[in-house]
Design a protein around this ligand. Structure first.
Ligand code: 5GP
Length: 173
């Protein structure tokens, strides 16, 4: 089994499109998309093509410069303005991957403390593994673009050589 899986922009766009179509079919109509940066930025922007709502961004970091995982994510960017815009709103929280779920849980608890009407989650990829984090009870809707085995996912926005990256990604399938 390969220990890394590569995805091209084209593959990601297709997955996000199908994810957005399911959110629409399930009749979830968010007021605002909240993207967890930086990995959630591009998936959130693609979702906006199909669900045209404003995107607010927050920046969280679970791994340090030496790739060590922290217990609790660090807030890189958390704007007061974001918090003020959440009360009474239906939120769609977007990230690229649900790995240990630590980041999603932390972010959801922070967002819920600002009184949104409803908070739902959409991720591009979910790794099938035991989770450290849990979704708060208030979160009842969760959409997944694609479920994967527990391996490292290499995203195109991290590629130094995008042509080589996409060649590997599209050869994999
Ligand atoms: P968590 O463990 O909290 O679910 O994930 C924390 C963050 O680690 C994710 O938002 C993502 O930025 C990063 N991460 C986790 N697994 C992967 C992976 O397989 N590939 C990449 N590129 N980032 C990952």
């Amino acid at each position: 089994m390969a220990d890394k899986t590569y995805f091209s922009y084209r593959q990601i766009h297709r997955t996000v499109k199908s994810l957005a179509e399911r959110i629409i079919a399930d009749k979830y109509d968010p007021d605002v998309i909240v993207a967890i940066g930086t990995g959630g930025f591009i998936p959130a922007r693609i979702i906006k093509t199909f669900i045209d709502r404003p995107i607010l961004t927050v920046g969280l970091r679970l791994y340090d410069e030496n790739n060590r995982r922290a217990e609790v994510p660090r807030k890189i960017q958390w704007i007061d303005e974001v918090e003020q815009k959440l009360a009474g709103k239906r939120i769609l929280l977007v990230d690229e991957v649900d790995d240990t779920r630590t980041t999603l849980e932390y972010c959801l608890r922070e967002l819920l403390s600002h009184g949104p009407a409803e908070t739902a989650v959409a991720v591009l990829h979910k790794k099938n593994k035991a989770k450290r984090g849990v979704f708060p009870d208030e979160v009842t809707r969760y959409w997944i673009g694609q479920e994967l085995e527990d391996q490292w996912i290499v995203y195109p926005w991290d590629a130094a050589d995008i042509d080589e990256h996409c060649r590997i990604a599209e050869e994999d399938r």
